[in-house]
Design a protein around this ligand. Sequence first.
Ligand code: FSX
Ligand code: SF4
Ligand code: F3S
Length: 314
Amino acid sequence: MDKEERAFYERLEGKGVSRRDFMKFCTFLTATMGLSSSFVPKVAEVFAQPAQRPPVIWLHLGECTGCSEALIRSMYPWIDQLVLDVLDVAYHETIMAAAGHQAEEALHNAVEKYKGKFICVVEGAIATKFNGGYGKVGGKSFLQIAKDICPKAAGVICIGQCSSYGNIQAAKPNPGGYKGVGEALGIKTVNIAGCPPNPINFVGTVVNYLLMGKLPALDDLGRPLFAYGQTIHDNCPRRGHFENQEFVTEFGSEEAALGYCLYKVGCRGPETYNNCPIAKFNDGASWPVQAGHPCIGCSQPDFWDKFTPFYQEL
Ligand code: FSX
Ligand code: SF4
Ligand code: F3S
């Protein structure tokens, strides 16, 4: 183990994370990324000895900051440390100390310094009507901010449903003309869909980039296939209960066994692409259907307009 690696493990230990916990996390991440277990040491290396730390500028537009919260708080409590180890976050309104004019200046300086090289991570949708008047930061519309900054990035990763497809801001009647970043600017973005998205899918996308030197393969909605290649229903543990004789016996009748599946109370799992049943949330604690709530389809574009009223059979 070299000096850098040793220092990394010491830092983790300082946070109460053993090398074993870390390797467990890397195994889970590697599997989520759809890679064979032989990649685990390489994935660990990306964190322990990052060969490159791409500069990141993280924008907050029309949203609730739940995506950042999901990433830096609720998962493995030390994931923020890992993310900050592999990314060189030059600007992030939630975690930086600067505010007001100082923050504006920091953003401007970071964009100039890393022009053409930084990854722009965007949280939040963009108001497009009335010159972008429905959403501003520091007197500048989201639209103007995104137009100024996104084209100067090496790539744009939309974290969450809002930046990916507009989400609730874009739900009818959408007076501000809110749109996702790709649509508002007419550019290609990587979309980490979901409200909130699973942090592991963001981390997996970044690690894929650092490991393979390219972004992961995407579906036609810009979502990484390793995470959004199958439906919720494809991997749901509640599936098949009414087809499985053991469960039918346990529940008393085919109908009762079917009731265990949440389809009749509006589950959108059959039409929703995401890896929630496998990746789960909060360190593998649970996910909506496990907690007894139907999937509402939060990683599908326009799910507010398309899937409401919730709790009605598809
Ligand atoms: Fe949206 Fe993220 Fe939902 Fe909230 O920033 S995906 S409203 S969890 O926070 O953008
Ligand atoms: Fe499919 Fe939803 Fe039923 Fe699970 S609960 S089997 S995702 S319909
Ligand atoms: Fe969203 Fe459905 Fe997963 S509501 S969090 S995609 S189970």
